[in-house]
Design a protein around this ligand. Structure first.
Ligand code: FEO
Ligand code: CA
Ligand code: CA
Length: 589
């Protein structure tokens, strides 16, 4: 047997398996190149490194003085900032859009802690979606960049700022629980540019919609009957997401496990409802039909779903890449049974059935997560020696345990995944795993065999490595632009901001990378966020002139409502508010 037996067991002998795989991929010449370009003077001056400088490294040094190669995206990179403000390069500005609590005409309010943003041009469906245009959420240039539907995920809430629950030892009132349950899920907002070029919310639009922890949803697929399904109450923990080539939103339920846990350790929500296995799925929402029932697709597996990125193969195959954001968890892909038809009603059912795979990075293989096909799943046992699974429904409901039983590779917390617009390679942000000494994370690039998203084997490399030498730490959400440049936001945990080994970074920010040429993998900082926030959800308009971004959990470490660590966006003594922002100043593509 030619395959190497990479397993958790040999990882236990020292560094984690993932860390050793990363080390095996790091190319010393590229590392030196990156360190030099990142401006680490001490490295550049080191006699040892001068001696080992390769011709490639010297070419890079000469090119360093040249302007950025993409004239349409020239900006003067900013440095780290600790200001309670969004700092942008000269010539760029932002406006606040849809802050928490913004009142909608239907009596509902915009939720808390905005994460993924999806921009759906108002004419997206009628203009026809080009499946090859996935770099920008399947938005082609002929679609409107002046009016659309903004889908906003609301990942979680801060009990102090939502409902005013300040003492975790005290039970919550019914009113507080209700306010919390209305603050999560998703918002669908109709937005358009006014005569002054400012984005506004159309408050009385029929498209306006909130889906929260009390809404009615439907489970589809092999595990739909689980825990009294197919009807499910609410969606929560909606982290990142993705756009489908038929114009729906995919919203990923991530840290669902905290909600039914009793106070003071959890949120203290009713475990009879929120303890069901009805959370932790990919949720599909049609933003263009406010009366449609959102669906949770069990065929795509249940884990701490961070994100989803959809690719369409040359033959119309639909493939969704996903990550499980937990330390030592896996990267997955879902290959739908049905191919893209171009008929929207028909394509709406594509994600209801298909094959789930988990990535084995040691062998470059996608492992089929299927009970009937895999003896390892039929034989897997719990600690009490009883079977771990009895059916594919049970496998899907605990896809992490199934992937690990198949010896898929536990990696360092996969956050966002995006697909390169020019070559179809798949970029995965592994944010960090402090338990294994991976403090600053990496961005990994996967190349499918023959460039086919349905392939069962792949190769991979390290695209960028976080740390003081590269200027960023803890990569999270990603988005590509039309030139194939990568934009990445960071998510250093709030408690670590501006302390110890994270001090170099300042607040969380937004970074720009070229993905080809001598500067590939070098980070240039474009934005820095307010105090104790994480920037999330970057999304472009079709013309590339507006970048939507979200500011999540500003002021999260505020000790009390009287001692606030951030007053963004309103300043003065105001409470901090999560919000989306629209950044202007881009020349477009
Ligand atoms: Fe919600 Fe893993 O970020
Ligand atoms: Ca994230
Ligand atoms: Ca995050």
């Amino acid at each position: 047997m030619s395959e190497t037996n990479f397993s958790k067991a040999d990882a236990a002998q020292g560094q984690s398996l993932w860390r050793r795989l990363v080390d095996s991929k790091l190319d010393r010449r590229n590392f030196l190149k990156n360190a030099t370009l990142a401006g680490v003077a001490a490295v550049a001056a080191s006699p040892l490194q001068l001696r080992s400088a390769s011709p490639a490294a010297l070419d890079v040094a000469a090119a360093e003085a040249a302007p950025l190669h993409n004239p349409r995206l020239i900006f003067s990179p900013i440095g780290p900032s600790t200001a309670d403000e969004i700092v942008l390069p000269a010539g760029y500005s932002y406006q606040v859009l849809a802050p928490y609590g913004f009142e909608l005409a239907n009596g509902q309010k915009v939720g808390y802690n905005h994460d993924w943003l999806g921009f759906y041009p108002i004419d997206m469906v009628e203009k026809g979606i080009d499946p090859s245009y996935y770099f920008n959420g399947f938005l082609s240039p002929q679609m409107s960049s002046e009016e659309g539907l903004l889908v906003v995920n609301h990942e979680y809430f801060n009990p102090m700022f939502v409902g005013g629950h300040v003492d975790p030892a005290v039970e919550k009132s019914a009113e507080q629980l209700q306010e919390e349950q209305h603050s999560v899920g998703l918002s669908v907002l109709h937005i358009r540019k006014n005569g002054e070029g400012q984005w506004e919310i159309v408050v009385d639009s029929p498209h306006t919609r909130r889906i929260d922890a009390t809404s009615t949803l439907l489970l589809t697929g092999p595990a739909a009957e689980l825990d009294g399904g197919p009807e499910a109450i609410g969606s929560l923990a909606n982290c990142s997401g993705g756009v489908t080539p038929w114009g729906t939103a995919l919203s990923c339920e991530e840290n669902f496990q905290d909600y039914p846990v009793a106070l003071p350790d959890g949120y203290g929500w009713d475990p009879a409802v929120y303890g069901k296995k009805h959370y932790g799925w990919v949720v599909e929402v049609d933003p263009f039909d406010a009366s449609s029932t959102p669906r949770k697709h069990t065929a795509m597996g249940r884990f701490r779903h961070e994100n989803v990125a959809v690719a369409v193969g040359k033959d119309g195959s639909v493939v969704a890449y996903m990550g499980d954001d937990k330390a030592d968890s896996c990267v997955y892909k879902f290959v739908a049974d049905k191919k893209l038809s171009g008929n929207r009603a028909e394509d709406m059912t594509i994600l209801e059935s298909g094959k789930l795979y988990a990535a084995d990075f040691g062998n470059g293989k996608w492992l089929l997560v299927d009970y009937d096909a895999q003896e390892a799943l039929q034989k897997a046992k719990k600690s009490d020696d009883t079977p771990l699974f009895a059916s594919q429904a049970e496998v899907l409901a605990d896809a992490r345990a199934a992937a690990l039983a198949l010896r898929a590779t536990p990696v360092d917390r996969p956050e966002d995944i995006e697909i390169h617009p020019k070559d179809g390679s798949i970029f995965v942000a592994l944010t960090n795993n402090t338990g294994h000494g991976n403090f600053h994370g990496q961005i990994v690039r996967i190349v499918e065999s023959e460039g086919d998203p349905t392939a069962e084997s792949f190769d991979w490399s390290i695209f960028a490595v976080g740390g003081p030498q590269s200027g960023f730490s803890s990569p999270d959400n990603l988005v590509f632009d039309a030139e194939g440049n990568l934009w990445m936001v960071t998510d250093i945990s709030t408690s670590r901001h501006n302390k110890g080994i994270y001090k170099f970074h300042g607040n969380n920010g937004l970074f720009f990378f070229r993905t080809e040429g001598p500067f590939a993998g070098i980070a240039y900082q474009f934005a820095s966020g307010p105090v104790h926030c994480e920037m999330t959800g970057p999304a472009w308009t079709p013309d590339g002139k507006t970048l939507f971004l979200a500011i999540q959990h500003p002021g999260e470490e505020s000790p009390s409502l009287e001692e606030l660590s951030s007053h963004w966006p309103n300043g003065g003594t105001e409470r901090p508010l999560p919000a989306a922002v629209a950044i202007a100043g881009f020349p477009g593509w």
